[in-house]
Design a protein around this ligand. Sequence first.
Ligand code: NAD
Ligand code: ZN
Length: 364
Amino acid sequence: MTRVTISVPARPYQAVIESGLLTRAGETLRQVLGHPTRLFIVTVARVRNQWGRPLMRSLSDAGFDAKFVEMPDGERHKRISTVEKLAEQLVGLRAERDSAILAFGGGVVGDVAGFLASVYLRGVPVVQLPTTVLAQVDASIGGKTGVNLKAGKNLVGAFHHPRIVLIDPAVLTSLPERQFRAGIYEALKCGVIGRPELFQRLEGVSMKVLRRDAAALEWVIAESVRLKAEVVSADERENGLRRVLNFGHTIGHALEAETAYRHFLHGEAVAWGMVAAANIASAVDRLSQPESQRIARAVLACGKLPRVNVQSRKILGRLQADKKTKNGVVHFVLPTEIGKVEIVNNVPAPVVLEAVDELRRLSR
Ligand SMILES: NC(=O)c1ccc[n+]([C@@H]2O[C@H](COP(=O)([O-])OP(=O)(O)OC[C@H]3O[C@@H](n4cnc5c(N)ncnc54)[C@H](O)[C@@H]3O)[C@@H](O)[C@H]2O)c1
Ligand SMILES: [Zn+2]
């Protein structure tokens, strides 16, 4: 078992990572939530059908009065209307101030349930039980919650840190392979940002082997959580340091948006974004060519990525209009070595265009 503390000023909390933790969720929560509490488990049908039974048994055994509250599956349901429907259900079930919400699912459930908890009765406690790699290594840590608007993703939300994050890598056995890999790219990202050993471990391993090696998987997730916890603890609200978590995301987000969020899973777009950022870093002499190639090789070795078939100019245009751009200059998070990144402000446009063209060539 690994415990990682996220030291945010208001109330530090822990992420607990252990294979099989789901079946012990009740006793772990008892220690954190204390007095008899009613629990409302926000989830989707798929996760409930796979893993709902052992979770419910554990919670009941620990004396909790727990109920499932379902929302429809998928990013397109990450909307205010879903939060409203869930809140109406909670009222119907008489959820009051002695209640807590358990977010039981991927990043979509985590964001919706977390936001619901931040506004229901002006705020009730939330516990995160992430069930995708992406949610375990990234979305469940750091307190960001929210929903999408027509105008863009995550435009309405709140900071609402969980009381605890319960991470059970065993639930990943039912995750489709593509989803598994998409989350691993975010772990690889953590390696490049500040965990060279994590990078090394991931660069050598086959995804098939990693999926079946419970100890290795637990370690990879724990290292990623440690990295995110360190960054979030140092900079809760993303003014400075927290931006390093956007490594691979500048071009990644542009690729996602340019393909209307239909072509890539988020982690896959970030994977391409990391390859591009590594190329840019060596083009502007911040990173040696061999290290840059090492990053690209590690990303590409994870498996086949959806093809990049977009115009480089369109990507550049998006970057220049992106909210992370100040004064028309793109802020790139670029590696200077494996395990270290910096924020660079003045990447010339031709370098960006060339990096995207290189993605197109690589994906042919
Ligand atoms: N709050 C944050 O800091 C943060 C950070 C990163 C991403 N996010 C958000 O996370 C979301 C993406 O999360 P995601 O990739 O987990 O997608 P997701 O929540 O849509 O889950 C992907 C699919 O996997 C299914 N699933 C979940 N767990 C499963 C399991 N154990 N077995 C089988 N199937 C399972 C889900 O039902 C869903 O169909 C995005 O909305 C993104 O904005 C938030
Ligand atoms: Zn991401």
